[in-house]
Structure formats: structure tokens, C-alpha cells
Design a protein around this ligand. Structure first.
Ligand SMILES: C[S@@+](CC[C@H](N)C(=O)[O-])C[C@H]1O[C@@H](n2cnc3c(N)ncnc32)[C@H](O)[C@@H]1O
Length: 403
């Protein structure tokens, strides 16, 4: 699974982002209410009391709206469960992923106690607070989705809003009770509003088309937004959403992720947050003085300028001093959760300038940051490992000096 590209920076940064279904709906070509077969709770007897974990078994379709049908697997990912509103082709993909990533003969790791507690956070509703000291790279949580909904289910004019709501209600009813409780406890109210406030875009087709879904991970949904977050996240080919500490965190400190591109200037960040989630960001940077915000925006502009130069092999302004300046700007901006792309560029550019030691140093840092921000499946990892191993054999060696 890959994250949705919402913006493109020089090093092909990928961003996972949250979403909001399009509203208001303008047209409904076909009302498919009649195709709905809402699933009642009565169809799952004894599930509240049954101590046995559910076996992994895909069932459905339990009703359809247009090409999108409801499928459920109460035993998905070694007993966690999942529901999906998607196409039959994508269910086959989910089956393949489960077979490869969650083989039934492999014992699940016992869950270690979470390094956070859920608590009220002033001005933000509930949030997550660290309950111990965390270090950069520590895993905060790793969760598979409770619900996957094909993006076009919300966008297709062939699916009427009533059909959407009926199928979403049925989907919730098919979740195993503990996960259903977690799902319904999320901020939002109705299932569609819960999805609008708390979902991540993900591609379950590895970019091969029609795999674009909204993924809902109820435990992850308690993470509030911060423009300079102390946690980073990625969604892997195993569908799991992993949140990791991006810097050292003291106990009782709130854990937060960025819902948006943190490199946007303050006004654009706030506008995106307002537009997509309808809240005024109360993070420390957004609440800072005009003077501090202006300084931050000036640093972001300088970052953009330098990164454009680094990505242009013909740009002659690139020197070791410029590379050092970029690293300093990221540190000053506290962009600990978004440094992988910058370190990658810096590593490649040191190599292009013929400084093998610095290239190796930043290739190692980029490798570490890619694991935190993008996960072990990211394509640049091999490149950075190669550069760290033998900078002089890398195609970038002295590329700027040779010109
Ligand atoms: C994904 S939920 C996060 C958890 C949520 N606070 C809760 O109680 O479940 C997103 C919602 O949390 C609140 N929120 C998140 N980050 C915030 C921030 N930086 N400032 C103010 N409110 C925030 C907003 O109400 C937003 O719609």
C-alpha cells in the first residue's frame, strides 16, 4: 500500500493525508437504495460472549451500492477484523495481502502496553499523552484498518447518499464488537462523519490502479494535529498504519502528527485545516506571535529555494555551506517528522560535490529517517544504503564538480 501523493516536492515526497468526502453532493443519477441489504446485529449471534477469536474468513457481499459492495472478515490480521466497501477485485487484493503479510501459522506478537494514555487536551477534545519517555524511532502504535472504503464510493454520482449511509451502517454492524466500539467512539457522530474526520488515504493496489481507499484506524484517530509534530506515520504494504516518535518525548507530553504538508506557510496550513476539518489549529506554532510565525514562514521559503537548487543538477549555487544551511533550517523549524527528503537530497549533493564522508553520514541519516517517515518498503532506502556503502561508486559521485 502506498500513501496518496498530495504534493510533489523535489525528492518525490509522499504524504499520507486525511480527507473529507465531497460535499454537498450535486447529483444522484441512480438511487440504489433497493440494492441495500442492511445487516442487522441479530445476524451475528453470541459474538459479544464468544471467547474464541474469529477465524479469518471473507464474507459478502452484504449488499452493494453501484460497483461497491460490503465485505467483512471478522478474523482479519490474526483476529482484529476488518470491513471493506470496495470492488471484488480489491477484495482479492486484500486476501492476497493477508496471506502474504499475516500467515495464520505465524503466532501474533503479544501486544505490549501502549506508550500513551487517552486524555482530554485543552481546546482539542481528546488526545494521546505519552506515559513514558519515548526516543526517536520508538513505535507508538501499529494498527491495521478497521474499515476500508473505496474512494469512488463517495465520489460516484451513481451512489446516492442514502445508499452510502445504509451500507456504512451495515459495515459498522459487521465489525467485531471491540473494534465496533472503538470505531463508534471516534469523533464525528455518524459513520460517514467519523470517516470524514478520521481517515487516511491509502492505495491497496501498489499504484496499479483502482486501489485508492480511505482507511480508518480508530486508535490512530485520537492523535491530534500539530504543525511541528513529535510523531511521524506511514502506511505499509501490509496495510498497517505505524506511528513512531520523531523526536525524544517526555512523559505526559501530547503525541501529535501533522494532518497536512508541514512545509506549507502558516496561512495555507490553517486554510487547509479549516477547509478539510473545520477547526482552527491550536498547535504551538499556529498560536505563536506574528513575529515568530513570520520567521517560520521565511525559513520555509528558504527551504523551498534551497531544495529546488539541490534538485537541479545544473544549479551552480550549491555548496557545502548551502547543504549545512538546509539541515540547520529543518532543525530550527523542528521538522523532525519530515526530514527524510531533505537528508536524501543533502546526501546526494554532498556526493555530487565529492565529499564522500558527509555523503555517507547523510545517507545513513536519510535511511533512518525514511524508516520512520515512510516505512521499510520505501524505494529510496536501497539507494541510501548503497550511497552509504560506496559513495565513489554511486552515479552521483562528483557530478557537480565534473561539470
Ligand atoms: C482525528 S480527530 C483527533 C482526536 C480528537 N481530538 C478526539 O477527541 O477524538 C481530529 C479532531 O480533533 C481536533 N483537533 C485535532 N488537532 C487539533 C488542533 N491542533 N487544534 C484544535 N483542534 C484539533 C479537531 O476537532 C479535529 O476535527
Amino acid at each position: 500500500a502506498q500513501h496518496q501523493h498530495t504534493f510533489q516536492r523535489p525528492q518525490q515526497h509522499l504524504e499520507s493525508c486525511k480527507w473529507r468526502p465531497p460535499a454537498p453532493r450535486l447529483a444522484c443519477a441512480i438511487d440504489e437504495t433497493e440494492e441495500q441489504q442492511p445487516v442487522s446485529e441479530a445476524q451475528a449471534p453470541n459474538e459479544e460472549t464468544d471467547p474464541q477469536p474469529w477465524p479469518s474468513r471473507w464474507e459478502g457481499p452484504h449488499g452493494c451500492a453501484g460497483r461497491y459492495c460490503l465485505f467483512a472478515n471478522k478474523g482479519f490480521a490474526r483476529g482484529r477484523g476488518i470491513v471493506a466497501i470496495t470492488t471484488t477485485q480489491n477484495v482479492e487484493r486484500l486476501k492476497r495481502i493477508e496471506k502474504e503479510e499475516y500467515p495464520p501459522d505465524e503466532k501474533p506478537q503479544p501486544d505490549s502496553p501502549p506508550p500513551y494514555v487517552v486524555a482530554e487536551v485543552e481546546g482539542k477534545g481528546l488526545g494521546l499523552l505519552a506515559n513514558k519517555t519515548l526516543h526517536r524511532g520508538d513505535t507508538i502504535m501499529k494498527k491495521t484498518p478497521a474499515m476500508l472504503v473505496h474512494r469512488a464510493f463517495f465520489e460516484s454520482v451513481a451512489v446516492a447518499p442514502q445508499s452510502q449511509d445504509a451500507l456504512l451502517d451495515s459495515a459498522v454492524a459487521l465489525l467485531p464488537p471491540p473494534l465496533r466500539k472503538e470505531f463508534l467512539a471516534q469523533m464525528g457522530g455518524s459513520p460517514s462523519a467519523i470517516l470524514a474526520t478520521n481517515s487516511f488515504q491509502m492505495d491497496i493496489g501498489s499504484g496499479s490502479g483502482d486501489g485508492h481507499h480511505y482507511g480508518n484506524f480508530p486508535e490512530v484517530s485520537r492523535l491530534n494535529h500539530d504543525c511541528r509534530p513529535n510523531a511521524a506515520f506511514h502506511i505499509g504494504a501490509d496495510l498497517a498504519h505505524t506511528t513512531m516518535a520523531a523526536r525524544d518525548v517526555d512523559p505526559r507530553t501530547e503525541l501529535a502528527i501533522s494532518y497536512i504538508d508541514p512545509l506549507l506557510p502558516r496561512a495555507a496550513r490553517q486554510q487547509r485545516i479549516r477547509h478539510a476539518w473545520d477547526f482552527a489549529c491550536g498547535c504551538a506554532l499556529c498560536s505563536s506571535s506574528h513575529k515568530a510565525a513570520d520567521k517560520s514562514d521565511a525559513r520555509l521559503r528558504e527551504i523551498a529555494r534551497i531544495e529546488a537548487a539541490l534538485a537541479d543538477f545544473t544549479d551552480e549555487s550549491v555548496t557545502a555551506r548551502v547543504l549545512g544551511r538546509l539541515v540547520q533550517l529543518y532543525a530550527d523549524e523542528r521538522l523532525d517528522a519530515s526530514v527524510a527528503g531533505a537528508y536524501t537530497l543533502v546526501a546526494l549533493n554532498y556526493n555530487m560535490l565529492g565529499d564522500a564522508r558527509s555523503a555517507q553520514r547523510y545517507a545513513r541519516l536519510a535511511h533512518e529517517a525514511l524508516l520512520v517517515e515512510k516505512g521499510p518498503g520505501h524505494g529510496d532506502l536501497a539507494e541510501m544504503a548503497e550511497l552509504a556503502r560506496s559513495p565513489r561508486a554511486h552515479f552521483t559521485w562528483r557530478a557537480r564538480v565534473r561539470r
